[in-house]
Design a protein around this ligand. Structure first.
Ligand SMILES: [Zn+2]
Length: 483
């Protein structure tokens, strides 16, 4: 009887879109070897150059992390299932001794809480005395903030410096069409005020940073991580551990979501699960990969639920448990998480004792100053303005679009050739020999990955289009639609 390996969405381009692959072997290592034998393109996603499993890829045998079994030597039984869980780019807090009273209007408003034996008046007063800080008023922050406000959390902090865009409206339900162009903070504040004027909304129109995170977090009981990028995710995690605040975590990608509660004294943190981030570009963001509009509704509301449970000290929060939701299958799976004694932040001998430079930690290349001028900035990338100039001058360039066909339908650079990133390992021979290649995607992440791959097979005359087609549209061809 063969074993099954569950393939997560970001890696399915390398398994002919298969969600699960049947493999044979007697140990975890043998099963993975069988998998990469069949799908060679997966190898570099799972293993580093030295042959070791990459540490942002976690492998579970049934519901156990193999790091706590015998790692790759762990024996498997017939029918066991392996899950590959890559990272994808949201203790009861102190309650004021004197709880605030409820007004008559509030008693009416919260009556469906008040008649529940598990909640009642005192628990509602506890919610009123509590505070939650939402990092971001986007896909996850929208439903989370709305439900938390409706439920009667006394003080809602929101950190966001973005402005509402049309492309947000498919899922960020706190914002409406009339809010396009308005700061998200203002839009969120108006909606919450209309829904529940008893909630104090504190807005921080700023980027969360290593400079401000600790001070901001200290004023709140629970932090709700609604971020969409790795530097902020690690920053939120570390700041939660350092300030002792629980982190209601959530993340979303396409049809899949994850949720957990990190940063409590007894439980693990995000770094116990993923000590290091994936290299930039390896895991696409929602802006690159898309997300089903209803998905953040589900995950954001799970985060809000966990925040309320942690505040009230009721039920079993998702501490030490990692919830994975698959909207297409309509299935929840749960993995056990353990606190890693060697965790660099929450372990017994932490090495991270203060906030660090998270952009650098996540390997994000700083934007060169020259980038603003539209001139070529270095020898591995090209700006849209420079590309246009060279095309106009008649330079013989091959523009390689590595997005998916459905994205290519929306917009494209004239004359470009589509080879999706996942197909590149078996189709790169189609590239013309000797011609200079300009790799391009939506924003520059996937094409940087394509550039790295091509380099690994000896094709080095490749430049990455900085900012992808979005910057091309901004700087060169505004007639095309953006997505
Ligand atoms: Zn930890």
């Amino acid at each position: 009887m063969p074993n099954t390996i569950q393939i997560p969405t970001p890696l399915r381009p390398f398994t002919d879109k298969k969600e699960a692959v049947e493999v044979n072997g007697a140990t975890v290592g043998e099963l993975l070897a069988d998998l990469t034998k069949r799908y060679d393109g997966l190898r570099r996603h799972l293993y580093a150059d030295d042959g070791r499993l990459r540490n942002f890829v976690n492998i579970y045998l049934n519901d156990e992390d193999i790091r706590y079994l015998q790692r790759e030597q762990t024996p498997v039984k017939p029918g066991d299932t392996l899950s590959i869980v890559p990272s994808v780019a949201g203790g009861a807090p102190t309650v004021a001794e004197e709880l605030p009273t409820l007004t008559q209007e509030e008693i009416k408003r919260y009556s469906r809480h008040l008649i529940m034996p598990e909640l009642g008046v005192d628990m509602q007063r506890r919610l009123k005395a509590s505070s939650v800080l939402c990092i971001g008023a986007g896909g996850l922050g929208s439903p989370a903030a709305m439900y938390l406000a409706a439920a009667g959390i006394g003080r809602m902090g929101i950190v966001d410096f973005d402005v509402v865009d049309y492309s947000n409206l498919q899922r960020q339900i706190i914002h409406t069409t009339n809010d396009v162009g308005v700061p998200k903070l203002e839009s969120a504040r108006n909606k919450i005020a209309a829904m529940n004027p008893h909630v104090e909304v504190v807005g921080y129109e700023t980027a969360l940073s290593s400079e401000n995170a600790l001070e901001l977090f200290r004023d709140y009981d629970v932090i709700l991580d609604g971020t969409d990028n790795f530097p902020t995710r690690y920053l939120v995690n570390d700041a939660c551990v350092l300030t002792g605040k629980p982190n209601a975590y959530g993340s979303i990608f396409r049809f899949e979501g994850q949720a957990s509660v990190f940063g409590t004294k007894e439980g693990p943190c995000y770094r116990c699960l993923y000590p290091e981030p994936p290299p930039p570009g390896l895991v696409p963001s929602c802006a690159e990969g898309g997300v089903l509009g209803v998905l953040p509704g589900i995950i954001g509301v799970i985060q809000a639920t966990e925040a309320i449970k942690v505040i009230l000290g009721i039920g079993e929060p998702l501490i030490g448990r990692f919830l994975i939701y698959d909207a297409l299958k309509m299935r929840f799976r749960e993995l056990k998480l353990r606190k890693d004694p060697d965790c660099p932040v929450c372990g017994t001998h932490p090495t991270v004792t203060t906030l660090i430079d998270y952009e650098q930690f996540c390997g994000i290349r700083p934007e060169p100053a020259a980038a603003q001028t539209g001139a070529a900035v270095n020898d591995w990338e090209i700006t849209p303005v420079e590309l246009k100039r060279r095309l106009d001058a008649g330079d013989d360039l091959f523009i390689l679009d590595v997005r998916e066909p459905n994205e290519y339908q929306i917009n494209r650079i004239p004359g470009s050739t589509l080879i999706p990133l996942g197909e590149l390992p078996r189709r790169y021979q189609e590239l013309p020999k000797g011609k200079e290649i300009i790799a391009q995607c939506k924003m520059g992440g996937r094409s940087a990955k394509a550039q790295d791959f091509l380099k690994s097979v000896g094709i080095t005359n490749v430049k990455n289009l900085r900012g992808g087609i979005l910057e091309w549209i901004d700087k060169v061809d505004p007639s095309q639609p953006k997505y």
